[in-house]
Write a protein that binds this ligand. Structure first.
Ligand code: PMP
Length: 364
């Protein structure tokens, strides 16, 4: 047997470990920001009934451009935001992670730079690395909002080709204002031009409306969304982008042919028709989030304001030790890369009770 170190892989991959939360067998898993509610049986039956013809046609490749699905996603966005978009302004892929990868394949690469505001979603940086794109991390302010002056200065200095803004931010839960996005967009264009990617993976949980309307007169602003969180379909693997049709055309240059399977397209189409049913649990999740924030604060923790389906709490003298203790008490949370903080996803009320019992009395 050889080890990775013995293989002729790209030198920048040597010594790295694969990204991903540990999958540990504990009763309550609150570490990957999933929606805790399973698909209702009526929707499962509906999908199964509709899949017959799709399965018979599995000898054929799927629609390479997923036109019907992209039209349904445009309608879904219109229903949610009032923004009228055509299918040519929408792109879809296997999770928003794949969208992000395609964006960096098209707009990043060797000799180019992407910039993000950290702590944030580490996969932006990971995909920069795997696509050979340089990475600049601009630290957030103490309250985890984007430090605008320092960020504008960093954009002017590094002149990135791609800027990532995660709204709400993961792992901190912090919301982002329209003014901040506009200021960053203008800074990026003054230094650039640069693509500004607004990652709205958790948008369904935020109290403010989506920032999607900002794309209207900003051709280099794109919004990336997913069916994994608010809609509760993480296992389906479907993410999408809304932006200028020219950007969609650019992504077509780097996507693999037939990247979205026929069952994925068919299931997503069937479920998007029932999006209001799927979104029915969002209110329960945000109410539980607010309860968790209150109870964590009452137990003596510091809690970052959250607009998402997870909560960052701390501060710990030794967050790794606190993480091990919580796991030993039956709840798996995320030991993120933010020193002295941990992140917990909002589960069902019963799951959240197990977690809350595991963190009392206050751990240090
Ligand atoms: N963006 C953010 C900010 C996320 O937290 C996640 C998932 N954890 C994703 C994108 C990717 O989600 P998916 O690939 O399931 O669409």
């Amino acid at each position: 047997m050889v080890s990775i170190e013995d293989l002729p892989i790209r030198p920048e991959l040597k010594g790295l470990t694969a990204y991903g939360a540990p999958r540990i067998d504990v009763p309550v898993r609150l570490n990957t920001n999933e929606n805790p509610y399973p698909l209702p049986d009526v929707l499962v039956d509906r999908i199964v009934a509709g899949l017959g013809p799709v399965l018979r046609d599995l000898n054929r490749y799927p629609d390479r451009d997923a036109v019907a699905l992209r039209a349904a996603l445009a309608k879904h966005l219109e229903d949610g935001t009032g923004c009228s978009l055509s299918d040519r302004q929408i792109w879809a892929a296997n999770g928003s992670n794949e969208i992000i990868q395609q964006l960096l394949q098209a707009f990043g690469g060797p000799g180019r730079v992407a910039l993000g505001f950290e702590p944030s979603y580490a996969v932006h940086r990971e995909i920069a690395r795997s696509t050979g794109t340089g990475w600049v991390a601009v630290p957030r302010a103490e309250d985890f909002t984007i430090a605008l002056d320092a960020s504008r200065a960093a954009i002017a200095r590094h002149r990135p080709q791609v800027v990532f803004v995660t709204a709400p931010n993961n792992p901190t839960g912090t919301g982002v204002s329209a003014d901040a996005v506009v200021a960053l967009y203008e800074a990026a264009q003054a230094a650039g031009p640069a693509l500004v990617v607004l990652d709205e993976a958790y948008v369904e949980f935020q109290s403010a409306p989506s920032l999607l309307p900002l794309i209207a007169d900003r051709p280099l602003l794109v919004v990336v969304r997913t069916l994994s969180k608010g809609l509760g379909l993480a296992g389906l693997r479907l993410g999408y982008l809304a932006g200028d049709a020219a950007i969609v055309d650019a992504l077509r240059l780097v996507r693999l042919p037939y990247h979205l399977s026929a069952p994925t397209q068919a299931i997503a189409l069937a479920l998007l028709e029932r999006a209001p049913d799927l979104l029915g649990n969002v209110g329960r999740i945000t109410a539980e989030r607010d309860r968790m924030v209150r109870e964590l604060r009452a137990a003596g923790y510091e809690v970052a304001a959250s607009e998402a389906n997870f909560v960052q709490f701390g501060r710990f003298r030794d967050s790794h030790r606190a993480w091990r203790e919580i796991v030993a008490r039956g709840a798996l949370v995320r030991d993120s890369e933010v020193p002295s903080w941990l992140r917990v996803s909002v589960g069902t009320p019963a799951e959240n009770d197990v977690f809350l019992a595991a963190v009392r009395p206050r751990l240090s």
